[in-house]
Design a binder for this molecule. Structure first.
Ligand SMILES: Cc1cc2nc3c(=O)[nH]c(=O)nc-3n(C[C@H](O)[C@H](O)[C@H](O)COP(=O)(O)OP(=O)(O)OC[C@H]3O[C@@H](n4cnc5c(N)ncnc54)[C@H](O)[C@@H]3O)c2cc1C
Length: 393
């Protein structure tokens, strides 16, 4: 197997690198490096998305017909590596990475024409209304009622753990349109504006003291039937398709950079500690396995297949590895990791970090990352999926 990049690949990498050097401001770079999770304040993530959009690079994995750049697997892989290397702010995944593939796959021509350009340009910022109190792992038990009324549905109920609902202007959500029969067959997938009457967003503050999560309440909320994706009562099909993108999407390119930073820190501060280097080598070995699985998923996406059960495997190993790396990073950073300085992480802040600035986001990342084995489907539930779909147990 030839693992060398071709000259054309390297030229492409240089083109991306140069573009980032010329367009990624210090402020945007700091917003990317200082984030404790996948969420970056839309002020920065959308500003960066607009710059990428002008260059035609906002959606590396979209088909060309909808505005994707038409890159090869290798190019997308190199691009993700360059993003991680430069510390670019991450684009919010709900729009570009989750609802967009569903609209492409199941939406009407009108929905495609209206929503996809707005997602691409960053005009719309999406959140995901799947989970409810009592309906997380067992998502099909969801109860938010949508009652038919002429050309609209009228929604009553609640969604919980809704990431970024407080900043999103759109939500894709699952609602119950039929209470009879098997619970999966009474669900419908809708697209909704957040600023309509009857929608109330209450904050939930996480372990790291950050506001990412919310509970959303619906009181007689009117959503046009034209905003339905797929058939009434067939939303489960769309919902499952989207979950594959949620669980299989993203890359671990940032992990490679994190591991390299930890190695550099150890070389500088504990060069003779063989126990720590052995632990680091184990994390690096696990990372290689994740990287190979990602490449496998990437190639199935390119050939038009959905990620399938490999997405469930990746979700488990990537989230568990991420948690172990952030724990190791905190332990090896020593006392500096314990100085939580939220203000010093804000781009342009004049608050002096007490330790190296690279350590500022370690503790918030560690605390926020505890949720990664729950969000998007818990590890236990992912293992159930693998047991059934792969091992046929
Ligand atoms: C940080 C974060 C962000 C999130 N963002 C969103 C969002 O934007 N939109 C959204 O809709 N949802 C979101 N969620 C919700 C997330 O999808 C749910 O938390 C998740 O599906 C688990 O559901 P639950 O919290 O109801 O836990 P439960 O389903 O009640 O599970 C509780 C425990 O029981 C275990 N368990 C449950 N069923 C089984 C089983 N069959 N076999 C073995 N063990 C089982 C679980 O693994 C878990 O340990 C987010 C959650 C977090 C933590």
């Amino acid at each position: 197997m030839d693992l060398e990049f071709t000259k054309a690949d390297l030229d492409f990498r240089d083109e991306v690198r140069t573009f980032f050097e010329e367009n990624l401001t210090d402020e945007l770079r700091q917003a990317g490096r200082m984030t404790a999770s996948i969420w970056i304040d839309p002020e920065y993530s959308l500003a960066w998305q607009r710059i990428l959009h002008e260059r035609g690079w906002a959606a590396p994995s979209w088909p060309v017909e909808y505005g994707g750049p038409g890159w090869s697997d290798t190019q997308r892989y190199l691009y993700a590596l360059e993003c991680a290397r430069a510390g670019t702010p991450l684009a919010a995944p709900m729009g570009l990475g989750m609802v967009a593939p569903c609209i492409m796959g199941y939406g009407t021509e009108e929905q495609k024409a209206y929503y996809l350009p707005r997602i691409l340009s960053g005009e719309d910022y999406w959140c995901q209304g799947y989970s409810e109190p009592g309906a997380g792992s067992d998502l099909a038990s969801l109860r938010l009622q949508a009652v038919s009324d002429g050309d609209d549905y009228i929604l009553n109920g609640t969604k919980i753990w809704t990431s970024q609902a407080h900043v999103a202007n759109k939500m894709f959500l699952l609602v119950r349109t039929n209470n009879e029969g098997k619970k999966q067959t009474g669900i419908t997938f809708l697209l909704m504006d957040m600023d309509i009457p009857g929608v109330e967003v209450d904050p939930i503050i996480n372990l790291a003291g950050e506001h990412e999560l919310n509970q959303v309440f619906f009181t007689d909320v009117r959503v046009p039937k034209a905003n339905r994706v797929g058939e009434e009562n067939d939303g489960w099909t769309v919902a499952k398709y989207l979950l594959e993108f949620e669980r299989g999407g993203g890359t671990s390119a940032g992990t490679e950079i994190r591991l390299a930073r930890i190695r550099a820190n150890l070389l500088e501060n504990a060069p003779d500690d063989s126990t720590l280097f052995a632990q680091l080598a184990d994390l690096e070995r696990r990372f290689e396995a994740v990287k190979m699985t990602e490449l496998q998923i990437l190639s199935s996406l390119v050939s038009g297949e959905s990620p399938g059960s490999a997405a469930a495997m990746l979700k488990i190993v990537r989230s568990e590895l991420g948690q172990d790396i952030s724990q190791f990073a905190v332990e090896t950073a020593g006392p500096y990791a314990y100085a939580v300085q939220h203000e010093a992480r804000v781009p342009g802040s004049n608050v002096e970090p007490v330790g190296p600035s690279d350590f500022l986001a370690l503790m918030p990342s560690y605390l926020t990352g505890r949720a990664s084995t729950i969000a998007g489907g818990s590890s236990e539930v992912q293992r159930d999926i693998i047991a059934k779909a792969v091992l046929r147990l």
